[in-house]
Each structure stands twice: as structure tokens, then as C-alpha cells.
Design a protein around this ligand. Structure first.
Ligand SMILES: Cc1ncc(COP(=O)(O)O)c(C=O)c1O
Length: 424
């Protein structure tokens, strides 16, 4: 059975069909490829804002740049501390550094992988200017609870298009948030991102920073006959950059967005079915979703509990044996991340932009100590004792019922043989 069900049986993501082709041709026929106020960009921004129930959306060059703009527009700058989880993609703390601010890592909840509230509260100091939680794996974190800590909350919603917290779509529950449109994401377009907010002053600031820090106005004039000759001001008044998206991205994103709700619902149904099957196996921990939250299951992380599984070897060893065995059966399995973020050389060496900036703005904090991996036991445990089913090229959202049933059945078969696999 497995021979016919290997990589070739999976659907590759993103799925690109006649709608995406028509969108691309529409742009080529129009001949307008760029511009903050070009038509596809403006329409995508409106449609995405409506999708996440936000007042404003800005298309950006990537999810990382959306987060960087979100932070900068919220006034985060040199030497400010921003609290963020030790488990995420490295883009989260890099966006903080790009503003000249300093990421302060906190541990996550071992079960969900979501940033821990109590650890965040304990990490707050007089230098804390913002908190940037992550809706990791596409699961909504309780932004409203973090907002009670009294500093702006900036949402890393890169993986979480359409996830909800007590019925509200994530992204703009906090002050401002950023999504990614990178190919593997549930709204996978290539490279791109979206900033969302309900705050007009934030979107106006982000819009300026997105275009060289020039005094552009949000609703700039667009003349299809002269698309590059708008009315925008030319003087730069802030350190902005060129972080805009482009018309091809916007047009393909609109085509994908039209299908996102239906695809998300199907993927959530499949994720729950798979979770139910995996939950029957002793010691297997399917993704945990906190009460009041939904997940769009951008990543499907499965944990192993040594007590109930009966496995006594070190968790990392067992994890690697399971990855190899499942791959051999034709499943897509990845680690996605292998270590807590403070272990990356950029945070261990702290050379920064040169001369140790921005860490050198804060001589009072012992960063070697607060970045010590011993402070993030849940992150380390999570990464050592779990695996991610499906992959970037073949994520869950692309797969049909048959493939997902194959995962449940194959996983159960491999799990049954776990002690034998460890001997081999
Ligand atoms: C949690 C998280 N934050 C930020 C990003 C950055 O997004 P991008 O790759 O579009 O810059 C990603 C995705 O890569 C992500 O998974």
C-alpha cells in the first residue's frame, strides 16, 4: 500500500490553476506591475482586511517585512525590549532586531507551543515596549490576555490566516499584526506579506515606512495611463525602506483568498479526524488547541509522551527513529525547527549590526544569562519529543481525505512497531 502513497501521491502546494493563471494574465494585459495604489494591490488589501475583520491591510514584500513595519509603526526603536517566544521561526526576532530593538525570549507552553503568559509577565521590565506573541502552527494565542500587561501587542500571524480567538479572526486583535504569503503558507503566493490593523495612525506610519519613509498618503492617486507617476511626496522623513508588494503577487493572492475559507474548513475537518485517530494511540499527543481558540493547522505537530508510550530512550533518539520510519512508509515528516531561537548564532554571538548594536544599548542586562537555553525547557522538550506531519511543499491544506486517512493508518502501524524499531 505504501509504495503507491509516497511523495508522488501528495498534492504539491500551492495549488495553481485557471484562476491564478487568469489573475496573472489580467495583470500582464493591464501592464501595471507595481505601485502602492495599483489596482490589484488595493483590491487585495481591501479583500484581505475584510477576511480578517480588520479595518486596514497593507501588502508587503514578505511576512518578515510586515512584522518589521508593524513594530516600527508602533514606535518600537533602538534599544527597546520586545518580548517574544523562544519557539517560532527566526523571522520573528529578526523583525525586532531590524527595528534596532532587542528580542527578549520567553518559554512556551509545552503542550501547545504557544508563548507562556506567566513567563511573559515575569519578563516585563521598565524597558519592555511591546510583546510579540506568535499564533504558532496556525493556532490562535490569547492576544487579549497579553494585552492586559499594558504594552502594545503585535501579532505574528504569519501562519494563521483565518484562525480565531473567541470568534474573532487573529491579526488585528492586538495593535497591529503581520501575515506571510510565502509559498508554504495556507495563503501561499510566493513571497509576500500583509500588515493588518484597526488603527489609522499605524497604517499611515507603516505605509510611509513601506515606501522609503516618504510622506506618502494612504489613498494615493492612481492613473492607469501613468501608473508610476502618482502624487507621492519625494522627501524621506523617516528611515523607511522599499517593502511594498507587487501586482502579480496581489492578483494571485486574490485568486487564492477566494478559496481560502473553503480550504481551511476542509483542512480543519481533516486535522480533527487525524487527531482523533492519533489520540487512540498510547503516548501519542495530537495538536492541542486551547479553549476559545481555533487553529488553521498550518503545521501539524505530534508529540510523544514517554510515560504512556513506554519508550524509555532519550526523546531525541526516539523522535529521529520515528521520522525515519514514517518517511520510509511514504509520509512527509519534518522537524521544522530543531532548537530554541536563542541557540541561533545570531543571538549567541550578538554582533548585531556591528559593535554589538542593539544589545550594546543596554549594558544593564546580562544577555548571556537571559538567552541561556536552560530558561526554555518547554521549548527544548517540545522540539526534542515531537515531529511535524506534512511538509512545506506538501502541507496538510493541500491534501485530500485519502492521503490524510493514509497518514492515520500508517502512523498507527509504525507506532505499533515502536519498540522493534528502536532495537533495529
Ligand atoms: C511564525 C513566522 N513568522 C514570520 C515568518 C516570516 O514570513 P516570510 O517568510 O513571509 O518573511 C514566518 C514564515 O516564514 C513564520 O512562520
Amino acid at each position: 500500500m505504501s509504495a503507491g502513497r509516497g511523495r508522488a501521491a501528495h498534492k504539491q502546494w500551492p495549488i495553481l490553476g485557471p484562476d491564478e493563471r487568469a489573475a496573472t494574465l489580467r495583470v500582464l494585459d493591464r501592464g501595471v506591475l507595481s505601485g502602492a495604489s495599483a489596482p490589484e494591490t488595493i483590491l487585495f488589501e481591501r479583500e484581505f482586511a475584510a477576511f480578517v475583520d480588520a479595518e486596514f491591510a497593507l501588502l508587503t514584500s514578505s511576512g518578515t517585512s510586515a512584522l518589521q513595519l508593524a513594530l516600527a509603526a508602533a514606535g518600537i526603536g533602538a534599544g527597546d525590549h520586545v518580548i517574544t517566544p523562544a519557539y517560532s521561526f527566526v523571522a520573528t526576532p529578526l523583525a525586532i532586531l531590524q527595528c534596532g530593538a532587542i528580542p527578549i525570549f520567553v518559554d512556551v507552553d509545552a503542550g501547545t507551543g504557544l508563548m507562556n503568559f506567566e513567563a511573559t509577565k515575569a519578563a516585563m521590565t521598565s524597558r519592555t515596549r511591546a510583546i510579540m506573541p506568535v499564533h504558532i502552527h496556525g493556532c490562535a494565542i490569547d492576544i487579549e490576555r497579553f494585552a492586559t500587561l499594558g504594552v502594545p501587542v503585535i501579532e505574528d500571524a504569519a501562519q494563521a490566516h483565518g484562525a480565531t480567538l473567541r470568534g474573532k479572526k487573529v491579526g488585528a486583535i492586538g495593535k497591529v499584526g503581520g501575515f506571510s504569503l510565502q509559498s508554504s503558507k495556507n495563503l501561499g503566493v510566493g513571497e509576500g506579506g500583509v500588515l493588518v490593523t484597526n488603527d489609522r495612525s499605524i497604517v499611515e506610519a507603516a505605509n510611509r515606512l513601506r515606501s522609503f519613509g516618504q510622506n506618502v498618503i494612504l489613498d494615493d492617486f492612481f492613473d492607469p495611463a501613468r501608473p508610476l507617476d502618482g502624487t507621492r511626496a519625494l522627501a524621506s522623513s523617516r528611515i523607511g525602506s522599499m517593502l511594498r508588494g507587487n501586482e502579480l503577487t496581489a492578483a494571485i493572492a486574490r485568486a487564492q483568498l477566494a478559496k481560502l475559507e473553503e480550504r481551511t474548513e476542509a483542512s480543519q475537518r481533516r486535522a480533527l479526524a487525524l487527531s482523533m485517530e492519533l489520540a487512540r494511540l498510547p503516548g501519542v499527543l495530537p495538536p492541542q488547541i486551547p479553549k476559545g481558540s481555533t487553529s488553521v493547522f498550518h503545521k501539524f505537530r505530534v508529540g510523544f509522551d514517554p510515560t504512556t508510550s513506554g519508550v524509555t530512550v532519550p526523546p531525541k533518539k526516539f523522535r529521529d527513529v520515528m521520522i525515519a520510519a514514517l518517511r520510509k512508509e511514504g509520509l512527509e515528516v519534518v522537524q521544522w525547527q530543531s532548537e530554541a531561537l536563542p541557540a541561533h548564532p545570531v543571538f549567541r554571538e550578538r554582533q548585531g549590526f556591528g559593535g554589538g548594536f542593539p544589545w550594546n544599548t543596554d549594558p544593564d542586562t546580562d544577555f548571556a544569562s537571559i538567552y541561556d537555553l536552560a530558561r526554555f525547557p518547554n521549548t527544548t522538550h517540545l522540539l526534542d519529543s515531537s515531529i511535524v506531519l506534512f511538509s512545506q511543499s506538501c502541507p496538510l491544506i493541500a491534501q485530500d481525505d485519502d492521503i490524510v486517512a493514509f497518514y492515520a493508518e500508517t502512523f498507527a502501524r509504525v507506532w505499533e512497531r515502536r519498540f522493534e524499531l528502536l532495537e533495529g
